[in-house]
Design a protein around this ligand. Structure first.
Ligand SMILES: Cc1ncc(COP(=O)(O)O)c(C=O)c1O
Length: 402
């Protein structure tokens, strides 16, 4: 067999660390070990019944064919209403795109816009996929470290310092994966003021976790704060996280018509459209009863509070309180340099996460995967008993370090 040589776009990127972590957890479980898994990037709830019913009804009606690239009229209407609710701005059918998850929408947006050397400003810690999506599409990720002192958020000064002639995009993710940080209205206004002076720069606001937040006020979209930027902002979202629909693979975005047309042109050659059944389910999710969303946020809140207070009680760990999503990003500087009972030194956050897996059977993801060390990410999209047991096991493992 001839040696297989992948395209350079494949060798430029790495596989998703969270997918790799999930595979490792599955392997260990298959060996019979009880793993306390805090790596999961998806809700642990089932999709609400009324959404499943809408999908079943679509099947029964024979809605099992290709749809238009931008979806069924029902889904389009649902997305336009939703974008209006979230941004306060009116979008038209020519300003929306859909895809197989928010992930695919973002990937296609980069594919539609990046040429070799075009820069994309990404604040770290970042969702693991952004830099690799940029690299796969010939772009250059420009990573801006945003530490705990700014709540892990991009400041106007840091943004201004990162913009160059080659900047094509700035990515904002609120609430953030992996930190749960949320941009306030004032913070967004500060960033918008910088962006106003750079008319060639587009902004991708990834708002996939926007329904999962713990404050009184809804999450603010950049477009709501700075409508004058609407013609260069792509608002991306999807039904995965809010409605526990990760497996349905349905994401969407709203943005300026020429950009969206370019994305849709690629979509027409890539997948034609996402599953017609998932489209019916997504339309029901967006327009239907939101009690599930409210109830699940209360469950996440209880778990968040348990995780944050439990982890802060561990000597050497510090956990800021996340304002949204279902992750926490924990500072583990206090354990770096220590030695494990079997004599290995913890030199970085990757060593620490490996130690937690081996010594405490707790699976978490190292901060280096998200571009800011020494930290680790936990997901609390898992039951309280697992969270409580994991914290007790982490505490014991940390206590055993010398
Ligand atoms: C920040 C962020 N954006 C986008 C996505 C994509 O989600 P999906 O493709 O399921 O819509 C994820 C999923 O983990 C995410 O964490």
């Amino acid at each position: 067999m001839p040696e297989f040589v992948p395209a350079s776009r494949v060798t430029r990127i790495k596989s998703s660390p969270s997918v790799a972590a999930a595979a490792r957890v599955r392997e260990l479980k298959a060996e019979g070990r009880r793993i306390l898994d805090l790596t999961v990037g998806e809700p642990d709830f089932d999709t609400p019944q009324h959404i499943k019913d809408a999908a079943a009804a679509a099947i029964d009606r024979g809605e099992t064919k290709y749809t238009s690239v931008t979806g069924t009229p029902e889904l389009q209407k649902a997305i336009l209403q939703t974008l209006h609710r979230k941004t306060g701005q009116h979008y038209t059918a020519g300003e929306i795109t859909i895809g197989g998850g928010g992930k695919q929408v973002i990937f296609t947006a980069f594919m539609a816009t990046l040429d070799a050397g075009d820069e994309v400003v990404i604040s770290a810690p970042y969702w693991v996929s952004y830099p690799d999506m940029v690299l796969a599409n010939e772009g250059t990720p420009v990573i801006v470290s945003c530490g705990e002192d700014t709540g892990f958020k991009l400041t106007p000064e840091a943004l201004a310092g990162a913009l160059t002639e080659r900047t094509k995009w700035v990515i904002l993710n609120t609430p953030s994966n992996p930190t749960g940080a949320v941009y306030s209205r004032e913070e967004l206004a500060g960033l918008a003021a910088v962006l106003k002076d750079h008319p060639g720069v587009y902004v991708l606001t990834d708002e996939i976790y926007d329904e999962i937040h713990f404050g009184e006020e809804p999450i603010t979209s950049l477009v709501a704060v700075a409508p004058e930027l609407k013609d260069r902002v792509l608002v991306t979202n999807g039904v995965s996280k809010a409605y526990a629909m990760t497996g349905w693979r349905l994401g969407y975005a709203g943005g300026p018509a020429p950009l969206v047309a370019a994305i849709n042109k690629l979509q027409s050659q890539m997948s034609s459209c996402p599953s017609s059944i998932s489209q019916a389910a997504a339309a029901a999710a967006l327009t239907g009863d939101h009690a599930f969303v409210r109830e699940s946020v209360e469950v996440y809140r209880e778990r968040r509070d348990a995780a944050v207070s439990g982890l802060n009680a561990v000597n050497g760990l510090q956990c800021a309180t996340p304002e949204g999503a279902f992750y926490a990003y924990i500072n583990c500087a206090g354990v770096i340099g220590k030695t494990t009972p079997d004599g290995r030194q913890i030199s970085n956050d990757e060593d620490f996460t490996l130690y937690l897996l081996e010594a405490a059977s707790v699976a978490v993801i190292q901060g280096s995967a998200y571009g800011l060390s020494p930290y680790f990410r936990i997901s609390y999209a898992t039951g309280l008993p697992v969270i409580d047991d994991a914290i007790a096991a982490i505490e014991k493992a940390v206590r055993a370090l010398a």
